[in-house]
Design a binder for this molecule. Structure first.
Ligand code: ZN
Length: 147
């Protein structure tokens, strides 16, 4: 729940920023010249306004892309960035060893995210596996192993 609320908060923040930029552009940029009662639309008629709209569109789409990409690599429990990428699989021995993939973990052991680098079936969602406390599991493995 907290994970989705954080995403919604980031999106709302971006919408607020770009809405204020839009209103700023409405105020700062001059109106195009009018001929009697005919008032041409700004977009497509005025070069400054059209370039500003294109720049605005690119900035908005890029920001939303970065927000979604950032959200993808965050822990679902504590919202921290996932770290310590571990590669597995092999490109040249895909059928024997497995498909190439990268596994990220939460530094506090809440879970792991498995991102497949080869996607045979189109866009596959990354696999999030939740752990109770991964570090405690690892400590119990190392303490129980023979030396
Ligand atoms: Zn976490």
């Amino acid at each position: 729940m907290r994970y989705w609320l954080f995403l919604i908060a980031k999106l709302m923040g971006a919408v607020a920023v770009f809405a204020s930029i839009w209103y700023g552009m409405e105020i700062v940029l001059p109106e195009p010249a009018t001929i009697r009662d005919f008032k041409p639309r700004k977009f497509g008629q005025d070069l400054t306004w059209t370039v500003a709209i294109f720049a605005y569109f690119l900035a908005a789409v890029g920001t939303f892309y970065v927000i979604l990409l950032d959200q993808r690599y965050r822990c679902r429990s504590c919202l921290r960035r996932l770290r310590m990428p571990v590669n597995s699989g092999a490109w040249d021995k895909m059928l024997r060893i497995g498909t190439p993939q990268v596994e990220y973990i939460c530094p506090f052991g809440h879970g792991t995210l498995n991102v497949k680098l080869v996607q045979f079936h189109g866009g596959e969602k990354p696999g999030w596996r939740e752990h109770d406390d991964m570090w405690r599991e690892l400590e119990s493995l190392s303490s129980g192993s023979p030396k």
